[in-house]
Design a protein around this ligand. Sequence first.
Ligand code: C2E
Ligand code: MG
Ligand code: MG
Length: 365
Amino acid sequence: MKNADTAMFHGKGIGKNTYQYFTSQMNIAVKRRMTLESALRRAVLQKDFVLHYQPQVNLETGEIVAVESLVRWKTEDSGTVMPGDFIPLAEETGLINEVGEWVLREACRQNKEWQDRGLAPRRMAVNLSARQFADKAFLDTVIRVLQDTGLDPKWLELEITESQVMRQTEGMILLLNRLSEMGVHLAIDDFGTGYSSLSYLKRLPIQKLKIDQSFIRDITVDPNDAAIVVAIINMARSLDLETIAEGVETQGQLALLRSKDCRVGQGFYFSAPLRAEGVYLLLQAEQPLRPRARARPQRPGANPPRREHQEDRRTPARGAQLAPPGRECVAVRILSALAVRSAATARRVSPAQLPRSSANRASLR
Ligand code: C2E
Ligand code: MG
Ligand code: MG
C-alpha cells in the first residue's frame, strides 16, 4: 500500500493523466527528499542562511547603482547550497515564507547598516517567490520589516518573475499598488521568458525590467537574441521603465549593450555575488578597487557551466580583497578605470593630476 502511494505521488509530480509503476528508485528519491526537507526545517529554525550581494552597475559610468541580495544555505556536510537547489523545495513545503521573511529582514537590515556606516544610499533588490507573493500576510510583513529595520521603503526593490505577474489576480494588483504607494520599487525578474504582453505591463506599477540572462549570453553571436534585447529596451523606454541586463560576462556583451542604449547591467563581468563585507568595500571605495571578479572568455554557442559555488568560495576575506599586482583581470581594470574617472569628475581633477598608476588605468577606456 505504501509503495502504491509512493508511485501515485511520483505520478502526480510528473503531471496529469499519467500512471506510474512502483520502483525501488522511487523510495530512494522519497527518502532523499524527506532528509532534505527535515534538514531545511532545521535550517529555518537555526537561520542557517547567508545573503550574498551582487552589484548592479551603470554601464556608462561604472557606478554601482543598486545591489541584489541572493540567498545561500550554509550546511555543515554539503557546504553552501545554492538557491536553485533548495528554493523549489522551500516553496513546495511552505517553508519559503519563513526563508523569505528572513531574507527580506536581513537585506533591509544590511542596507540600513551600510547607510548608517556612511555609504551613499542605494537600492537593495530582494527576490520573491510566487508563494510569498500570494500570502495575504505579505504586505504586513514588508511594513513590519521596514519599520523594524528603519529602512526607507524607497531603498527596497522587490523582484517578482514574469510568470508571477502574469497571473494578475485582483489581490496581486492591489498588493503591487499598495507596495508602490509606500515607495517600494518593483522589478520584473527574468524578463522575456514569460510571453507577457504590453497591455498588462501598463496596468502594473512596475519600474524596472530585468532582461533574462539567456538573451544576454549569446547576444554577440545570435542576431535573434540581440533583436529581442533591443525590442525589450525600446518597449521599456516607451513605457517609461528602466531596464537592466542580467548575466553580463564579457567585454563584447558590455559593448553591444551600451551601443543599444542599455544603461544598467549585472553579471560576473563586473562582480560575482559577494559577501556583505566585500560589497561594502566596493561601495565605499573612492579609489579604484580590485575585486576578484573575473571576466569569462566568450565561447560562442556554449552553455556556461554553473560556477556560482566557486564564485562564492572565491569571495575573498576582507584582507584578501586586493588582488596581487600584475594579476588584474580586464573587468577589474575597467572597473578601476571607471572608478578613477568618476572620482576625478567628482573632485574636478584632470587625469594628469592623478597618481601615475591611476591615470594609466583611466586611459584604459
Ligand atoms: P536571479 O534573481 O535571476 O539571480 C541571478 C542569478 O544569476 C544568481 O544565481 C547569480 O549568481 C547568477 N549570475 C549573476 N551574474 C551572472 C553571470 O554573469 N552569469 C551567470 N551565468 N550567472 C550569473 P543564484 O544566486 O544561484 O540564484 C538563482 C536564482 O535563485 C535567482 O535568480 C532567484 O530566482 C533565486 N533566488 C536567489 N535568492 C533568492 C531569495 O532570496 N528568494 C527567492 N525566492 N529566490 C531567490
Ligand atoms: Mg533576481
Ligand atoms: Mg534573473
